[in-house]
Design a protein around this ligand. Structure first.
Ligand code: ADP
Ligand code: MG
Length: 257
């Protein structure tokens, strides 16, 4: 059973401290929601976990599969079974969704077994088709350039498509709900829910409680100003929706004096 364990993580961007001691454990089979107002460091955490070079870890450790992964490159982290769905996916003109997906899968397979010859094309096509059906994507998307001219909602579907194809052990979804209308939100959530199970741990990062109506979290954490200030179960998100972030601010001010 794998777990991602974040211990006292401090991160700076351009020498400005953003994360100020984050502690969190996400195990395979669990769904955690990380909520918090804009600018509190949620994406900073996601990028740092995946190894973005702009995010400087000044203190702390991140353990996954028996090693502190902070020294590993993003591709090494991905090969271990970590996945990040970006808040702002980038376009790669010239690379089709299908070719991108196949290269990613083959890279994973090769890391696991250097003698691997790559996924057989018919098997790849079948998987891609099945998952695109779940996500209600037009099959024509497979041959379009990755995110090139895609709408916000289409980009988010492609992120979930990647997650479904790569079958990570721990997946981080950074605001996969933002920019989605209610129908797209339902479809994307269904896709995520299909991947839920004992093999997959999911960290759903979101500003709003709305997506949690569809992806029911086991645990909810609230981040404020670079720290997790409150953790609880699903009802914490509902309380937050009712009272707003100011309610927590008042609460933590009282606790912290
Ligand atoms: P959230 O995802 O919770 O909205 P972010 O992690 O994106 O928050 O941002 C946290 C803080 O870090 C913000 O003040 C933001 O301006 C700053 N920040 C994040 N990334 C960068 C960057 N690449 N360069 C400069 N500042 C950044
Ligand atoms: Mg963000």
């Amino acid at each position: 059973m794998s777990e991602l364990a974040i211990n006292d993580l401090h991160v700076s961007v351009n020498h400005k401290p953003i994360l100020k001691g984050v502690n969190l454990v996400v195990k395979q089979g669990e769904v955690h929601a990380l909520m918090g107002p804009n600018g509190t460091g949620k994406s900073t955490l996601a990028y740092t976990l995946m190894g973005h070079p702009n995010y400087e870890v000044t203190k702390g450790e991140v353990w996954f599969k028996g090693q502190n992964i902070l020294t590993l490159s993003p591709d090494q982290r991905a090969h271990l079974g970590l996945f990040l769905a970006f808040q702002y996916p980038v376009a790669i003109p010239g690379v089709s969704v299908a070719n991108f997906m196949r290269a990613a899968i083959n890279s994973q397979r090769k890391a696991a077994n250097p003698a691997d010859k790559g996924i057989p094309i018919p098997e790849f096509r079948k998987q891609l088709k099945q998952i695109m059906e779940v996500l209600k994507m037009d099959p024509a998307f497979a041959s379009r350039y990755l995110n090139d001219g895609f709408s916000g909602g289409e980009k988010k579907r492609v992120e979930v498509l990647q997650m479904a194809m790569l079958k990570p052990e721990i997946a981080i979804l950074d605001e996969t709900d933002s920019g989605l209308d209610i129908d797209a939100l339902r479809i994307v959530s269904e896709g995520v829910n299909k991947l839920r199970g004992p093999e997959t741990g999911i960290l759903v990062i979101t500003h709003y409680q709305r997506i949690l109506n569809y992806i029911k979290p086991d645990y909810v954490h609230i981040m404020m100003e670079g720290q997790i200030v409150e953790s609880g179960e699903a009802d914490l998100a509902i309380q937050l929706e009712e009272h707003g972030y100011d309610w927590l601010k008042t609460k933590t001010d009282i606790v912290m004096g």
